[in-house]
Design a protein around this ligand. Structure first.
Ligand SMILES: [Zn+2]
Length: 189
């Protein structure tokens, strides 16, 4: 009897393996895409706080690793390619939907990660010094959900109005193309 059962067991293992592989592929696909939204998301009115379990449920594993564990996406990956192709629009936090950057301040730094020279609304971004690589770097996080976004470097010689490079993980951004955005209120300046 044993000999009869064995081929069956091997067959089901094989099926499980193949199905697993497909699920992994689907997951990978999801992880490497900057989510493009159909309209501007509603802005959070208060700080967003969630348990690690809740974050894990809502975010992709890659978004969780970056936002909640200070991770960094692969340089020059698919996300960077997508980012470079995107036209005018606004970038929001994938953790809490807070507006972070607009394409007006986007520039190509050739560093392999999405770069901006100024946040659209400085109030939604906060700064902290970290020493994770053994030297001081300025970490940039979302002020609303405290998710890690990337780092900001200064004085590198880029010909931008600020000479700052916000080096941001595209995986934790959501993009709304300009034509889908809700009309913005004119700022009295
Ligand atoms: Zn956020």
């Amino acid at each position: 009897m044993k000999n009869l059962i064995l081929p069956g067991a091997i067959a089901s293992l094989l099926v499980a393996f193949v199905l697993c592989g497909q699920a992994d592929e689907a997951k990978k696909e999801k992880e490497t895409i900057i989510e493009v939204m159909e309209k501007s998301p509603e802005q959070p009115k208060a700080p967003v706080r969630k348990t690690e379990e809740e974050w894990k449920k809502e975010l992709t594993p890659e978004q969780y690793r970056i936002l909640r564990e200070d991770g960094t996406e692969r340089a020059n990956g698919k996300v960077y390619e997508e980012f470079k192709k995107q036209g005018a629009g606004t970038y929001y936090c994938a953790g809490c939907n807070a507006e972070l950057f607009t394409s007006n301040e986007k520039f190509d730094s050739h560093c392999g990660w999405p770069s901006f020279y100024d946040p659209a609304k400085a109030k939604n971004v906060k700064y902290e010094t970290d020493y994770l690589l053994g030297y001081a770097r300025t970490e940039v996080s979302c002020k609303i959900c405290e998710g890690h976004l990337g780092h900001v470097f200064e004085g590198e010689g880029f010909e931008t109005p600020t000479d700052k490079r916000y080096c941001i993980n595209g995986t934790v951004l959501k993009f709304v193309p300009a034509e889908k955005e809700a009309p913005k209120q004119e700022k009295a300046e």
